[in-house]
Design a binder for this molecule. Structure first.
Ligand SMILES: [Zn+2]
Length: 267
């Protein structure tokens, strides 16, 4: 069994403040990196207990050029992708994976969750896939679903766990590591408790693998992104398969992978 772990930082237990996710060299950011790495280790341990033979971790949080994990602390059985850019949205997805874990995820822009946003807190207002408002979880689950890979585990606050159930169905395993009180406050479980829960849920999600279906997105695909300001949409004018409005763009694709890679400029 092969497991791919896509990580983010905003949904890690104990992380509630922008300074914890935005500012390398800030002592609180450095602490958050430990929390992240230890949660990922717990997910790896659970996967190994369920029989995983190959595990790849993608450091998916954009700050510090997507280098947030502490490699010296990371479980020795996993390989890891750090640094950016990646060349494609989920690098090495085509190698064939049985499951994807989304660790440390946050809820979509405009939701009630901790540090809510979709892709960028500073430039994105909303994203829509075929007319339905989505968050980053749908980008990952839809992209992986194109390759028939299900997201089996989502960890983060209670808002992203709810988003996961609504998007992926009741069978997906979730771990709510904190309950959002506001965008920058949460009632948190103890980090050690969080790790136990993640290990157990990771294992359980793989033992239930057959019941968890990949997310299939209806084709062709229209990905709409509404930006904060008009200048943020201007750079997309004239690009093939992209319609630019004053403050929004619509990206067309034969499938979700094509739409996302076209948006990212990888096609
Ligand atoms: Zn992030």
């Amino acid at each position: 069994m092969r497991v791919y772990i896509f990580t983010d930082l905003e949904g890690v237990g104990g992380v509630v403040l922008p300074r914890q996710v935005l500012q390398p060299q800030d002592a609180m950011y450095e602490e958050a990196r430990f929390y992240l790495t230890r949660e990922v280790n717990s997910a790896i341990e659970g996967a190994l207990e369920a029989g995983a033979e190959k595990i790849l971790v993608l450091d998916g949080h954009g700050a510090n050029n997507a280098y947030n994990l502490i490699l010296e602390e990371l479980h020795p059985e996993a390989e890891v992708i750090v640094g950016s850019p990646w060349g494609r949205y989920i690098p090495y997805v085509e190698e064939g994976w049985d499951a994807i874990f989304c660790i440390g995820f946050h809820s979509m822009a405009g939701s009630r969750g901790v540090l809510e946003h979709t892709m960028s807190s500073s430039s994105w207002v909303n994203a829509y896939l075929n007319g339905k408002k989505i968050g980053e979880l749908a980008f990952v689950a839809g992209y992986a679903g194109y390759y028939d890979i299900p997201v089996t585990l989502v960890t983060g606050d209670d808002a992203v766990c709810q988003e996961a159930k609504e998007l992926l169905g009741e069978e997906v395993e979730t771990v709510a590591v904190k309950r959002a009180l506001s965008r920058t406050s949460a009632r948190c479980l103890n980090p050690r408790k969080v790790r136990d829960l993640i290990r157990e849920s990771a294992k359980k999600s793989l033992l239930n693998l057959r019941r968890i279906k990949p997310l299939k997105v209806e084709e062709p695909v229209v990905l709409r992104i509404e930006f904060l300001r008009t200048d943020m949409a201007q750079g997309y004018r004239g690009r093939e398969g992209i319609k630019a409005e004053e403050r929004a763009i619509e990206v067309e694709g034969a499938n979700i992978v094509e739409a996302i890679e076209r948006f990212l400029g990888n096609l």
